[in-house]
Write a protein that binds this ligand. Structure first.
Ligand SMILES: C[S@@+](CC[C@H](N)C(=O)[O-])C[C@H]1O[C@@H](n2cnc3c(N)ncnc32)[C@H](O)[C@@H]1O
Length: 242
């Protein structure tokens, strides 16, 4: 698994970010919420000098191993190293932070260009089949009382603008999550906290059969599964350059 999906899923997303921000030899990149370093690896492969921070010590260690020429440290995206950096990347981070506005404001102070990626809306991502399969054991969803999620493009644009950033680009990228077979599809789910919870309620046999039935339309002729998910890449510049 690479962060949120099977190995290699993020390559088109990372390429879109690196192309849109013109990362090349010598570009300084600050990778906020670097995770295991998959994006940092792609940036370093283009010759960028990468610094990454993450709140998870295990992720920092994995990133350091994946990108030995980079520099990685434990840190909160609300308090990034001062920079200035040519590019500050928030790749699949914003959905996971309590205060996206504070993270974007900090990014705006640290970089000449800020790049953000987020999941598409639920209906734009085939991976929703997992949620649909698990739903009978999770009870009705409570309607959200807060603001729309950052996966809503209008909300994303608004919080980016409120952070003092001017949007220069917003594009869509489809990434395929490819699973070789049933075990490949089910393994990460059974290992996840949600999968374990539902597995205890439903029993592993019922859970397995519910997921396989929901994923049936995505079966490939080779016996694997291919789920296509949409992501958005937003690029912005600080209104007041660092
Ligand atoms: C979905 S992962 C994305 C990892 C990586 N950017 C990628 O695309 O593969 C989100 C990461 O954000 C980290 N994270 C969550 N909140 C954070 C924060 N406030 N500051 C820094 N990292 C944070 C998590 O530990 C996790 O590694």
């Amino acid at each position: 698994m690479d962060g949120e999906g099977p190995s290699g899923w993020g390559a088109p997303l990372y390429a879109a970010v690196l192309d849109a921000t013109e990362v090349g030899p010598g570009t300084s990149v600050l990778d906020l919420g670097c995770g295991g370093g998959a994006f940092a690896r792609a940036a370093a492969d283009r010759g960028a000098a990468v610094i990454g921070i993450d709140t998870d010590p295990a992720a920092v260690a994995r990133a350091a191993a994946a990108v030995p020429e980079g520099s990685f440290a434990l840190g909160d995206a609300r308090n990034p190293p001062p920079g200035p950096f040519d590019v500050v990347a928030l790749v699949q981070l914003l959905m996971h932070v309590v205060d996206p506005a504070a993270v974007l404001s900090a990014a705006a102070r640290a970089g000449a260009v800020v790049a953000v990626t987020v999941w598409g809306r639920e209906q734009e991502c085939d991976i929703r089949v997992f949620g649909a399969a698990l739903a009978p054991w999770l009870g009705p969803r409570r309607p959200s009382s807060g603001p729309p999620p950052v996966t809503e493009p209008d909300r994303l644009r608004t919080i980016v603008a409120d952070a003092g950033l001017a949007v220069t680009r917003l594009e869509e990228v489809v990434c395929a999550f490819e699973y070789a077979d049933e075990d490949d599809l089910l393994g990460p789910l059974f290992e996840s906290a949600l999968g374990r919870t539902v597995g205890r309620r439903a029993g592993p046999v019922a859970l397995r059969s519910a997921v396989l039935e929901a994923a049936q339309p995505y079966r490939t002729v080779a016996g694997g599964y291919r789920l296509e998910n949409l992501f958005r890449v937003l690029v912005a510049r600080p209104e007041t350059p660092a």
